[in-house]
Design a protein. Structure first.
Length: 323
């Protein structure tokens, strides 16, 4: 079959680090093409050597600009870098802005830099799954660093940033909501915190607030560094990279990298399964008249919601593919 031969050929070109093959592979997973899933399944044993760094934070704090500056810094340190920018809130590939910004720069012709954006368009709840697969193929393609950008919305079953070995929270002066979320323990403590747009006069106030919020938390064996950057002109970007590398050295030295990856992968499997289950159930509700009738019974107060949920699950017998 055509897809089978192209798939092994594609895998070979991808493992050789060919950017066009990587772009093609990501399109396959983005479109939910079975050839994409097959490709990832075959490549998975060849993943695990890339360092995955996740960047999260409120909209507009400068994550993409910062990543653009980091790519430049990483190239100076002779690393091969892949970037995946994920925007779950937009039906458009708004992250194209990131691609454009870097494409316009010297990296466009650089074989050792690969940049891709993904939005929710078409992916129908499968965005996180597609993004994780994309991160895996970037890893398999031999990039030393895979940078993931997501807006911290935290309402999905899986947050791609949890795939990372190092999580960087990007804030800017005035990101008060995030401070509250950190204080309240709603937001997981990141490994590195950036206060970007540090030319702003309220930067040091912000840094103090972050420090206070962190001091209220559990406090492990890693002291979360707070780095000030002006992504727009590159100020502090080298310090940020040093902080990210220090974290890497720390997790490797203490053996927590393996534990962390094991925990992340376990959560990914559960998250992916839960997301698929949810999509199946939603489809069932939309398509199966018996399920629609069950819901009507709940509305009419003939059956309570918990009993109806139990019945919905007990019906089982899925015939509808991969969910
Ligand atoms: N003043 C100032 N502006 C900056 C700095 N870094 C980025 N910006 C600007 O902030 C705006 C948002 O930057 P982005 O990099 O798109 O921010 P983002 O966090 O990726 O945004 P989303 O992906 O939409 O959540 C842009 O207009 C940037 O030029 C900085 O250090 N100082
Ligand atoms: Mg962005």
């Amino acid at each position: 079959m055509r897809s089978r031969t192209t798939s092994s050929e594609l895998a070979e070109r991808l493992l050789a680090g060919e950017k066009r093959a990587l772009a093609r592979a990501i399109s396959l997973v983005e479109n939910g093409d079975p050839a994409g899933a097959e490709l990832v399944a075959g490549l998975y044993p060849r993943t695990g050597s890339a360092r995955i760094v996740g960047f999260t934070g409120p909209p507009g704090v400068g994550k993409s600009t910062l990543i653009g500056a980091l790519v430049k810094e990483l190239r100076e340190r002779e690393r091969r870098v892949a970037v995946l920018s994920i925007d779950p809130s937009s039906p458009f590939t708004r992250g194209a802005l990131l691609g454009d910004r870097i494409r316009l720069s010297e990296h466009f012709l650089d074989d050792d830099v690969f940049i891709r954006s993904m939005a929710s368009r078409g992916a129908l709840g499968g965005l996180a799954e597609a993004a994780l697969q994309a991160a895996l193929v970037m890893d398999a393609a031999g990039f030393d660093e895979v940078l993931l950008e997501t807006v911290g919305v935290g309402q999905a079953e899986i947050d791609v940033v949890d795939h990372a070995d190092t999580v960087v929270l990007v804030l800017m002066p005035g990101s008060g909501d995030s401070i509250q979320a950190l204080k309240a323990g709603v937001m997981e403590i990141p490994d590195v915190i950036v206060v970007n747009k540090a030319e702003h006069p309220l930067t040091d106030t912000m840094v103090r607030e972050v420090r206070t919020a962190l001091s209220l938390g559990p406090g492990g064996d890693w002291k979360v560094p707070i780095v000030k950057t002006v992504a727009a002109d590159g100020t502090g970007v080298s310090d940020l990279l040093d902080a990210i590398e220090a974290h890497r050295v720390h997790v490797e030295a203490t053996g927590t990298l393996e534990q962390r990856r094991a925990r992340n992968l376990r959560n990914e499997v559960l998250g992916l399964a839960a997301a698929r289950m949810r999509r199946r159930l939603e489809r069932r509700i939309a398509e199966d008249p018996a399920v629609a009738a069950l819901l009507d019974d709940v509305v009419a107060r003939r059956i309570d919601p918990a009993s109806a949920a139990a019945e919905l699950l007990a019906r089982g017998g899925d015939r509808d593919g991969d969910g």
